[in-house]
Ligand binder design. Structure first.
Ligand code: DHB
Length: 309
């Protein structure tokens, strides 16, 4: 049984897409909804539609991916309209990723969503690394603290934030202290891509993506240990909140690791990009088999039970 009780409802499994992958257009969102994914999250929306950065802006590598998409998206109204028509009765929650270019834009989108009173849940993105000139908000603790105060004023329901990866215990502690001030912040999604990596092609002696002279967010195998560290640390530091694991999940084994580290649900990014929505039934089947071998009958039986030595 892979079902997950979370945010006041029971979803049929624990796996869904990482925002950005397979979720910019309605037909992609519908394909996710029709797949074995247990929930759906939309591409990060800005207030107005954007074309994003020049191509090539995504590259697959032997160990994962690098991207600098630059927030190409249909604009908030498109995803809000999708949320109005979404079939919530399927038991698969709909999350709306919001990534305004300013605090005012994020608050404007949150206010619009609150006015509509839809069951869709916002995941506010504090960690897009790919808009030239816009630093990742989650690396500015004072700005994050200010943003969360404003979100509380703009939005009256439960919400989550997508965090960048942190790499130092002092940063985990500082961010957790800020997040713990906000009871309606129900979950954090860890992690966004590891920002501003550089992939080099030996044959061409060149970078592999065009924006930012080749710098881009890393996903896939590169990021799994960093993702697990962030999930485990925030699981410990945020009692009463949930952690959604994201990073390096390509089989039931990595999904199991994320849940053992404390994840309530698990998102799939790079692997979904490469394999398509069929990845969800494969990974869910592998996770179920691993649980059967280990004698676990539910995710609750091992979530957060990672042992130390
Ligand atoms: C994009 C990348 C991200 O990692 C993110 O969180 C939001 C947007 C992008 O490049 O489109």
């Amino acid at each position: 049984d892979l079902s997950v009780t979370w945010l006041g409802q029971t979803m049929p499994g624990c796996l869904y897409n990482a925002s950005g992958v397979w979720c910019r257009e309605e037909d992609e969102l519908e394909a996710l909804h029709a797949s074995a994914a247990a929930a759906v999250i939309t591409k990060s929306a800005t207030l107005k539609p954007r074309d994003g950065n020049p191509e090539p802006r995504y590259c697959r590598t032997p160990l994962g991916s690098i991207n600098s998409m630059g927030l190409p998206n249909r604009g908030f109204d498109y995803y809000l309209d999708y949320a109005r028509r979404y079939r919530y009765g399927s038991g698969k929650p709909l999350f709306l990723s919001l990534s305004g270019l300013s605090l005012d834009d994020n608050c404007a989108m949150l206010r619009r969503l609150a006015e509509e009173g839809l069951p869709a849940v916002p995941e506010v993105n504090l960690s897009c690394p790919n808009v030239p000139g816009k630093p990742q908000l989650g690396y500015d603790f004072a700005a994050t603290a200010e943003a969360l105060e404003a979100f509380d004023a703009a939005y009256s329901g439960l919400y989550g934030v997508k965090l960048p990866p942190y790499f130092d215990p002092a940063h985990f502690a500082a961010m957790a202290e800020i997040l713990n001030r906000h009871p309606r912040l129900a979950f954090v999604t860890c992690i966004n891509s590891i920002g501003n990596g550089l992939v080099v092609d030996i044959d061409s002696e060149a970078v592999v993506i065009k924006p930012k002279d080749g710098l881009g967010g890393l996903g896939g195998d590169y990021v799994l240990p960093t993702a697990l560290a962030n999930v485990r640390e925030f699981f410990r530091l945020l009692p009463g909140k949930d952690v959604v694991g994201c990073g390096g999940v390509k089989s039931g084994r990595e999904a199991f690791m994320h849940i053992l580290a404390g994840a309530r649900a698990v998102q799939v990014g790079t692997c979904l990009y490469h394999e398509g929505p069929g990845a969800f039934s494969r990974i869910a089947g592998e996770l179920a088999m691993l649980m059967r071998v280990k004698g676990y009958r539910s995710l609750d039986a091992f979530r957060g039970r990672l042992r130390t030595l």
